[in-house]
Design a protein around this ligand. Structure first.
Ligand SMILES: [Zn+2]
Length: 290
């Protein structure tokens, strides 16, 4: 069966509701984005591919409803279809606001926007025609993330970062940096998870006995959990990214009280990491009951 992008779906973490908000998908040449991989590996995992033989990544964000606070973590790709020849790929967005409305939330209701990082597939709905899409929200990113993109000089890197006019200009005087551990809403903390970008952060949701980690781009494909050498070309510091991935996977592994939330996996955004001759991601619906 071929891959399909992750659907709109909610989980309860204690009293907090977390909803995946699909925006679209990206289809990419697998051996190009994971240079250490070979066709034999992918041949055994056709469930990750679309009908045209491309690796399928979902694009989207998460709505976190904690008490009366509404947080959106990452803003998808935006209302565009853009070919990306370096990886023989296409990025397609457009659904994030309709996903948000389907979850019962209007853009004006959003209190906090948190960027795990500022690659272009996470900042897409920041503004429309120069006006912020979520006018009443605080905009937050991890320490160092904004400065990294403001100072970037490499053209190839700049091309996959936040657009200076469409994204960065509307955020001037609005975006705040927060440190590791910062509380951004009741039960929602920042967890520094650097490597993919220098200021990359995940979000930890805690309520009662339950937790979830919105991973951001700590991991792009479930096979990376079992194989530390499987690194995506978009990691700014691949060694640091691999160490971060290992640390966070170890935290999730085998613990039924903690759910992983990945914005890029196909099938389902929510899952757990089980140990079965190596770390294996299992969609939440298929995990053993607690
Ligand atoms: Zn991404």
């Amino acid at each position: 069966m071929s891959a399909r992008s992750a659907p709109l779906e909610s989980i309860e973490v204690g009293d907090i509701r977390v909803t995946y908000l699909p925006d679209g998908d990206a289809t990419l040449a697998a051996t190009t984005v994971f240079p250490a991989s070979n066709e034999a590996l992918w041949e055994a995992h056709r469930e990750l591919f679309d009908d045209d033989g491309k690796l399928l990544l979902t694009l989207g964000g998460f709505l976190v409803e904690a008490g009366d606070q509404k947080v959106v973590v990452d803003l998808g790709f935006g209302d565009m279809v853009v070919p990306f020849p370096p990886v023989d790929g296409v990025f397609r967005g457009g659904k994030l606001l309709s996903s948000l409305r389907e979850a019962g939330v209007e853009p004006t209701d959003v209190d906090v926007v948190f960027y795990t990082h500022m690659h272009l597939d996470h900042v897409g709905w920041t503004a429309q025609d120069g006006e912020l899409t979520f006018p009443n929200a605080r905009y937050i990113a991890g320490e160092g993330e904004l400065a990294f993109w403001q100072d970037v000089t490499d053209e190839g890197l700049a091309a996959i970062g936040p657009h200076p006019d469409a994204v960065l200009a509307p955020l001037v005087n609005r975006i705040e940096s927060v440190a590791d551990g910062a509380l951004i809403a009741s039960g929602v903390n920042v967890l520094a998870s650097p490597g993919h970008t220098p200021g990359h952060c995940s979000a930890v949701i805690s309520s009662g006995q339950d937790r979830a980690i919105i991973l951001g781009d700590v991991v792009h494909c479930p096979l990376q959990l079992a194989d530390g050498d499987l690194r995506i070309i978009f990691d700014v510091d691949p060694d640091v990214a691999a160490r971060t991935r290992d640390r966070i996977a170890a935290e999730l592994e085998g613990d039924p009280t903690i759910t992983g939330a990945s914005g890029h996996f196909s099938g389902s955004a929510f899952g757990r990491i089980l140990q079965a001759s190596g770390r294996r991601w299992v969609d939440l619906a298929e995990t053993p009951a607690r």
